[in-house]
Structures are given as C-alpha cells and as structure tokens.
Design a protein around this ligand. Structure first.
Ligand code: FES
Length: 250
C-alpha cells in the first residue's frame, strides 16, 4: 500500500523555516504491519535526513518516541500502520516546548516528576537477615499498575489541564507518586501528599480521562489520580496520618 505522512516540521536554526509548517512524504510498498517508527525511519533515510525525532529501544520500553499520531498520543514504535490508514499525520506531543520537528523539551515534564520524590524512602536499618524489604502479594497488587510507567509523557501531554497550565504536575507525576505513596515499605508518603495537595497538584485534574487511553502501558491513570485524591481527602477529613491506612482499594 501507499502511505502519505503529513509531518509537523520546525527548525529554529533553518533560515526562512523557523516557524512550524507541514510537510508531506509519500512512501510506497508499505505493509499493514509496519510500525509508524519504521516508516519515519524510511522518510529520514530515503527522503529527508534532516527530520528530527527521538527513539531508542523500538519496543515500547524506553518511552522516547511519544508523538501525536492522527490526533492521539502514542508510541511510534508500537503503532501499526493498519491502525492509522493511508494518511498519517504526525506532530510533537502538546504542552511542551518544541526543539526541532518532533522533538520536545522534556525538562518541564521531568521537573514535575522530580517534585513528587519518585524514589523509595525507608530509613529503617536493613533487615538483619540481609533479605529484601518484603511485601505480601496483596500489598504489591496495590502498586502493580503504576509501577509500569515508562515516563513517555503520553498521559501528561494529552491532558487539557496541562495544556492550559504547565505548572500543573500532570498525570505522569501523579502515577509515580501513587507508586510510592501506596508502597507499604516507603516512609515519605506525607511529603508527596503535601506536594500533591498544593494548588498545582491533584486538584487541577478535572477527570477528563484523556490520560488513560493515551497510556501505551495500559495504566489506569485516572483511577490512580482518583486514589491519590481520595487519600488526601480522607486523610484531611478523618485526621488519618498515613495514607496507607486508608482503604481505597478493594
Ligand atoms: S523507541 Fe523506545 S518506547 Fe518506542
């Protein structure tokens, strides 16, 4: 089949082309099972070597090739051309500054990520027997979904609340916070809750649900945000100190 790519281009260093514009490329002999990333490579290698986009693993693991494809956020390496049809429009993810073509500045996204302390905190001595800090299966299940995040930014950059206000921490940071807030071995939940209870935290989420279908890992993002909201509300109303004491699952 023949496929036409319509790609949003931008190069601040190119004379006369330092404003965004659309450019079309036609590819022949495309198979339905080709992935969008493979075809972007064909455009770059066969037609225009200046096309800029990020990619690394090509297997939906590194999260570097998030882009807006036919109006929806996706990983180019996971999306088959049979899901797109013969016309494919590709543009950078929204809400982050564009550096070149499909490459955005991820620093504002990672600043929000860092703000929720996305690391394990436990100041107790390591168990004397030298074993890991253990959880039972039920405790692990609470955070199982949110441990799958690959930080591709598909969720955050599909969120109208984030488009309207870049100070909003965004869905991905809250997924990361959820992963540690509800980890029964972690001791910094209160610090994370304090960050997310601020005006640019969870309450900027309007439950629009764009984030959940945008996630290439199938994480129930809106549900995770709702659980963080519930933890904050119940913690405030009932004077519960540790959100792990709050039953929001099951
Ligand atoms: S290239 Fe790594 S997730 Fe797509």
């Amino acid at each position: 089949m023949e496929v036409t790519f319509r790609i949003r281009r931008y190069n601040p260093e190119e004379p006369g082309k330092n404003k965004p514009y659309w450019q079309e490329f036609t590819l022949k002999d495309v198979k339905e099972t080709d992935r969008v990333l493979e075809l972007l490579h064909r455009v770059k290698w066969e037609q225009d070597g200046t096309l800029g986009f990020r990619r690394s693993c090509s297997h939906g693991i590194c999260g570097s090739d998030a882009m807006r494809i036919n109006g929806r956020n996706a990983l180019a390496c996971k999306l088959l051309i049979r899901s797109c049809g013969p016309k494919v429009q590709v543009e950078p993810i929204l809400g982050l500054p564009v550096l070149k073509d499909l490459i955005v500045d991820m620093e504002p996204f990672f600043a929000h990520y860092r703000s929720v302390m996305p690391f394990f905190v436990n100041n107790d001595p390591v168990p004397a027997d030298g074993r890991e800090r253990l959880q039972d299966a039920e405790e692990q299940q609470i955070i199982n979904d949110t441990t799958n995040c690959i930080l591709c930014a598909c969720c955050t950059t599909s969120c109208p609340s984030f488009w309207a206000n870049g100070e909003y921490v965004g869905p991905a940071a809250m997924v990361q916070a959820h992963r540690f807030i509800f980890d029964t071995r972690d001791q910094a939940s209160q610090e994370r809750i304090a960050v997310l209870a601020e005006p640019d935290g969870v309450w900027r989420c309007r439950t629009i649900f764009n984030c959940t279908p945008a996630c290439p890992r199938g994480i129930e993002v809106t549900r995770a945000i709702g659980e963080v909201k519930l933890a904050i509300m119940r913690g405030t109303r009932e004077g519960i100190i540790n959100p792990k004491d709050i039953k929001v699952h099951g």
